[in-house]
Design a protein around this ligand. Sequence first.
Ligand code: AMP
Length: 170
Amino acid sequence: MDIKALIRDIPDFPQPGILFRDITTLLQDAAGFKATIDALVEKTTYLKPDYIVGMESRGFLFGTPMAYQMNAGFVPVRKPGKLPHATYSVEYVLEYGTDRLEIHQDAFPAGARVLVVDDVIATGGTAAATAELISKCGAELVGFAFLSELTFLDGRKKLPNVPIVTLIEY
Ligand code: AMP
């Protein structure tokens, strides 16, 4: 299954100079979507996560079916002001300015094993901030899984030293 062929490239979105990797065409393809989730699950099962953490919003699309298949819980990391209960918050640097991500303080029991899932790792800022949130919660980060990696940005150098699984490289 050529998963890469199901991802659509959109030049200059959301701003000039960005080549956006559009996964809606992959989600539309029943066989392609299933193959993607199966491959992500197969490559991360050995990490034995108790929870999958997905980042708003495309991390939800890949993280929740993985959690279902792996008998793990799912925990969302969201943009500011979306989570209704007490949160931890981490600010991180974007190309222009800063942004913030939040997680529920009571998302995990002590010592839970956590796998972080998102569609793309670009600069690594989002994933690094998520790792910080998991650490604030007192849980154990056991790895990252990304559908694709923009290798020229070397985002993985921002991440803690745990296994990083990717299916596609650009
Ligand atoms: P990062 O720079 O690694 O923090 O990426 C920020 C977020 O933007 C991630 O959740 C990615 O899903 C998304 N993203 C970054 N670059 C792209 C791209 N070229 N195409 C699609 N999504 C992207």
